[in-house]
Design a protein around this ligand. Structure first.
Ligand code: EPU
Length: 447
């Protein structure tokens, strides 16, 4: 019997304080980087989320000893005895996350071969891995796609190369970084992603002994080194989670203080939040004075205003900020426009909002000027949200992580009792979300 459902009694503004920890989309990559070293690494502020468990499991299968450190959220990785794992053991993790693809380079360096299970992750479009495979082949890897997964070898070793990504993919940039750092010679990557999580991964690799230059115009140059040591690192905070709670404050007419949130990586979000009519106050961290950084987000009363946003690679408006914010946009007066340019199918969740009383129409056209790969390919990737709409309770099924959080916010904002099915998916990226909801005064219970 599964109890994967949350009953949400909506209509109560969320008030209070919660904390975000290390960014999910950095922590999991830093864990993979530990595999490259020949000394132990230490990572702080690791959230208890499913993606972390999956990577931990994969590292342990490959002989990395993973232990809890002294501090809450501290993990220590000892890669002294890296070893091969059987395909059957690895396949236990098939379909559970997209991170395993990033083990290719590190395993090739450490073992000379790698097996990668079928990937999982959120169903937000086809999510191909062609850039990854192309890059690995250019480093000299032999990639063999089999029904059970992907087998890789590097009979002549891995060599630095010149690459240009067709699109600044986060994952493919990380793939190149994690492979190039120990490849023989220099790698030049053009059209690289430069998200803050990527820069933080570069900091991790640099601490291990890598030589990486980030030039202007999305060019990254990596000089391969023969060995890497360990790292001690405190990751950047999770700016997606912080924005999700900010959207929850706005949609429910509440007031949420997000401890650990930092302004610098959220500037684009903060601009939009203010344009919609939300209020926020930044408190900078002052470690020597014992002061933690935080951002307080609240609905200052009055009407929210419609906005036009286009998701984009950094420093644009993140695609992962889009779904939670759209719930708040259903409460804004006028027509808001969202042009999703990162994923071709990330607006399906709006159907559920419409069943709750929202008025959202999705379009195949590009409703915005940002160049986009989807306009001529018939994908419904733009949305117009007419507001304000009174949301009412409904039974909802969570389709993916970020859409799931938006469903949750919608249920909290709506009058009446909703049942949200599939909430366990939210644990993939939001630590202790049920405890946080309770701390914010939400009325929600399992079952
Ligand atoms: N793409 C390709 N071929 C590739 C790789 C990517 O066509 O080989 C396309 C994708 O289909 C997509 C676009 O490029 O249309 C961008 O994908 P990207 O590779 O940048 O995304 P990712 O690395 O798979 C990470 C985050 C996502 C986040 C995106 C964009 C992790 C584990 N995931 O995914 O986060 O949306 O970057 O910022 O870091 C989430 O946290 O919920 C989440 C989905």
């Amino acid at each position: 019997m599964t109890n994967d459902v949350l009953t949400v009694h909506g209509g109560t503004p969320l008030h209070g304080q919660i904390r975000v920890r290390g960014a999910k989309n950095l922590v999991s990559k830093a864990m993979v980087a530990a595999l490259l070293g020949d000394e132990p690494s230490r990572l702080f502020d690791v959230p208890r989320i499913r993606d972390v468990e999956v990577v931990r499991g994969l590292l342990e299968l490959h002989g990395v000893k993973v232990t809890d450190g002294v501090e809450d959220g501290e993990l220590v990785f000892d890669p002294a005895n890296v070893e091969s794992a059987s395909t059957d053991e690895i396949n236990v993790h098939a379909g559970s996350s997209r991170i395993p693809i990033l083990l290719c380079g590190p395993l090739l360096h450490r073992l000379g071969h790698a097996f990668i299970p079928d990937l999982g992750g959120c169903h937000i479009g086809p999510r191909p891995i062609d850039f990854h495979i192309q890059a690995l082949r250019e480093f000299g890897a032999m990639v063999d796609k089999a029904p059970d997964g992907m087998h890789l070898t590097a009979p002549n070793g891995l060599h630095g190369t010149k690459l240009e990504l067709p699109y600044p993919s986060v994952g493919a940039t990380e793939q190149v970084l994690l492979t190039a750092v120990m490849a023989d010679g220099v790698t030049e990557l053009r059209n690289a992603a430069v998200e803050p999580e990527i820069i933080d991964l570069i900091c991790v690799l640099q601490k291990m002994g890598a030589i990486i230059k980030v030039h202007t115009d999305r060019v990254i140059e990596i000089q391969g080194v023969p060995r890497l040591g360990g790292y001690t690192h405190r990751p950047i905070p999770d700016r997606i989670e912080a924005a999700s709670w900010a959207a929850a404050a706005l949609a429910t007419g509440g007031d949420i203080e997000v401890l650990g949130a930092e302004q610098v990586d959220m500037m684009t979000f903060l601009n939009v939040f203010r344009s919609v009519g939300g209020a926020y106050e930044v408190t900078d961290a002052r470690p020597r004075a014992g002061q933690e950084g935080k951002i307080r987000f609240w609905h200052p009363g009055g009407e929210l205003r419609a906005v036009a946003i286009e998701t984009d690679v950094h420093p644009g408006f993140m695609t992962d900020w889009q779904q939670p914010l759209v719930v708040a946009l259903t409460q804004a007066r006028g027509l808001s426009i969202v042009h999703e340019t990162v994923y071709e199918q990330r607006l399906g969740y709006t159907d559920a909002l419409n069943t709750m009383g929202a008025t959202i129409q999705v379009y195949r056209d590009c409703l915005g000027g940002t160049p986009c790969r989807f306009g001529r390919r018939n994908f419904k990737h733009s949305a117009v949200i007419a507001g304000p709409s009174k949301l009412h309770a409904a039974d909802l099924v969570i389709p993916d992580l970020r859409a799931g959080f938006s469903h949750l916010i919608a249920a909290l904002a709506a009058e009446g009792t909703s049942r949200v099915y599939g909430v366990d998916l939210i644990n993939r990226g939001y630590e202790d979300f049920e405890a946080k909801l309770a701390a914010l005064g939400a009325h929600a219970e399992r079952g």
